[in-house]
Design a protein around this ligand. Structure first.
Ligand code: TXA
Ligand code: MG
Length: 356
C-alpha cells in the first residue's frame, strides 16, 4: 500500500504545560484511525490506534516498513495491560515497578484484542508505558492503546527532533506533536519475557546491568542479520538499520589506536576527494581539532552521546558528507545500546585496529 499525500499538521507543545485543546485533537485523530507522531523519552514515535488494524496498516505504509517487523504497543497505565496480554507473568510486577513508566519494552503473549498485524503475525506483543509527558497526555486523550514504531522511514536513523520526523514523514502522516528534543535519544530496551530465561532482543534505554539486578540470568547475545537473510528470528536484529545516506566506518580497538586509525583514514579519504565527517567524543576532541572536515561533538559521557547520536548522523548527512568515521564506545551501561546502533549504522563495516 502506497501512502496518500496528506497535509501534515505540526503543533508545538510545551511538555511542562501541554495545551489541552491540541492534545484532545491529537487523541481524537488517533481514535478515528489517523497517524500522529509524538515525542517519547526515547525517540519520536509514529502512533496509531493499536486496536484498529486499518490504522496500523497506515503506519507500515507511511514508514515503508516491511510487514514482517512487529510494532510496540504503548499504554498509559498498568490497568490497560489486561487489554494487551492474557496473563502477565509475575516477573512483570518487579520489572514494571522498577522501570515503568520508562524505556523498557516487554514481549508477552498477544491478547485477542490486538490485531495480528501489530505483531506482524506473531503470537506475542511488545508493550511499554512511556514516561514523556506528551506521550502520556496523548495516551490519556486517545483512551486506546497506541501502536508506535520509531517515527522514521524504515532503516533510517530514529527521529529525536521534530524536524527529523518531517524529513522522513512529511505528507504521509496526519499530525506531528513537536515537543522538542527527546531526552534519552536511544530506543527502549526490548526484553522477551516469553523466552526462558528472559532475553534482550535490543539493548536500549534500560541497561543490561539494571535488568540483571532483577533477572540475574537474563540473556543478551549480539546477533546481526544482513537484510538479505530471509525470515529473521527476531526482526529487530536486521543489520541494515539506522543507516545514514553516507557510508559509516566504525573503528574498534583501544581509544588510542582507534583515534590514530581514524585520523589516518580521514586524511587519506579527504585527499582522495571524499567528503568526510567525524563523530567526536569529548575525549577525542583535541585529536581531531586540526582536521578541516565536518565534525560533530557528541559529548563527554554515554548519556550525552546517546542523546545526540541519531541527530549527529542526520546532521552530517545534511552537511553533505559521503563518509562518516566513528569509534566504538565501551559496551557497558548505555554504551551497549550506543555500540549496537553504531554497528548497525555501519552495516558491518567494522575495522579492527588493535595490534595482534
Ligand atoms: O523506544 C522505543 O521503543 C520507540 C518509542 C517510539 O517507543 N519505538 C521503537 O519502535 O523503537 P520500533 O518499531 O522502531 O522498534 C521496535 C523493535 C523492533 O526491533 C521490533 O522488531 C521489536 O521491537 N518488536 C516489537 N514487537 C515485537 C515482538 N512481538 N516480538 C519481537 N520483537 C518485537
Ligand atoms: Mg525503529
Amino acid at each position: 500500500m502506497k501512502p496518500m499525500h496528506i497535509k501534515t499538521q505540526v503543533y508545538r507543545l510545551n511538555p511542562q504545560n501541554i495545551a489541552p485543546a491540541t492534545i484532545r485533537m491529537a487523541g481524537k485523530t488517533i481514535r478515528e484511525g489517523g497517524l500522529v507522531a509524538f515525542p517519547t523519552e526515547t525517540v519520536y514515535g509514529l502512533g496509531a490506534n493499536a486496536l484498529d488494524a486499518e490504522a496500523v496498516a497506515r503506519i507500515f505504509a507511511a514508514k515503508d516498513r516491511p510487514a514482517s517487523d512487529p510494532i510496540i504497543v504503548h499504554i498509559a497505565a498498568l490497568e490497560m495491560l489486561a487489554e494487551i496480554t492474557p496473563n502477565p507473568p509475575p516477573l512483570l510486577d518487579e520489572l514494571s515497578t522498577a522501570f515503568w513508566p520508562g524505556p523498557l519494552t516487554v514481549i508477552l503473549p498477544r491478547g485477542l484484542r490486538i490485531p495480528s498485524l501489530v505483531s506482524a503475525g506473531r503470537e506475542t506483543v511488545g508493550v511499554r508505558i512511556p514516561s514523556h509527558p506528551i506521550a502520556r497526555a496523548l495516551l490519556d486523550a486517545a483512551e486506546v492503546p497506541i501502536a508506535a514504531p520509531s517515527a522514521n522511514r524504515f532503516a533510517r536513523p530514529s527521529a529525536t527532533q521534530a524536524h527529523h520526523v518531517m524529513q522522513d514523514l512529511n505528507g504521509r502522516i496526519d499530525m506531528l506533536l513537536d515537543g522538542g528534543s527527546t531526552t534519552i535519544g536511544l530506543e527502549s530496551t526490548v526484553l522477551d519475557l516469553t523466552a526462558d530465561p528472559a532475553r534482550i532482543l535490543r539493548p536500549g534505554g534500560v541497561t543490561l546491568e539494571a535488568l540483571r539486578a532483577i533477572i540475574p540470568d537474563v540473556v543478551y547475545q549480539a546477533r546481526y542479520l544482513a537484510l538479505e537473510d530471509d525470515a529473521p528470528q527476531s526482526p529487530g536484529q536486521l543489520l541494515k538499520h539506522y543507516a545514514p545516506d553516507a557510508e559509516l566506518r566504525l573503528y574498534q580497538g583501544t581509544p588510542k589506536a582507534a583515534r590514530a586509525a581514524m585520523r589516518q583514514s580521514a586524511k587519506a579519504a579527504f585527499a582522495a576527494g571524499r567528503r568526510v565527517g567525524i563523530i567526536v567524543y569529548e575525549e577525542d576532541r583535541a585529536h581531531f581539532a586540526d582536521l578541516a572536515m565536518a565534525q560533530v561533538q557528541l559529548g563527554a559521557d554515554d548519556v550525552q552521546i546517546g542523546a545526540r547520536l541519531f541527530a549527529a548522523l542526520r546532521d552530517l548527512e545534511a552537511q553533505g558528507v559521503d563518509m562518516i568515521l566513528a569509534r566504538d564506545p565501551a559496551p557497558q551501561g548505555l554504551g551497549l545500546a550506543i555500540w549496537d546502533r553504531l554497528v548497525r549504522a555501519a552495516e558491518g563495516q567494522i575495522i579492527n585496529v588493535d595490534e595482534a
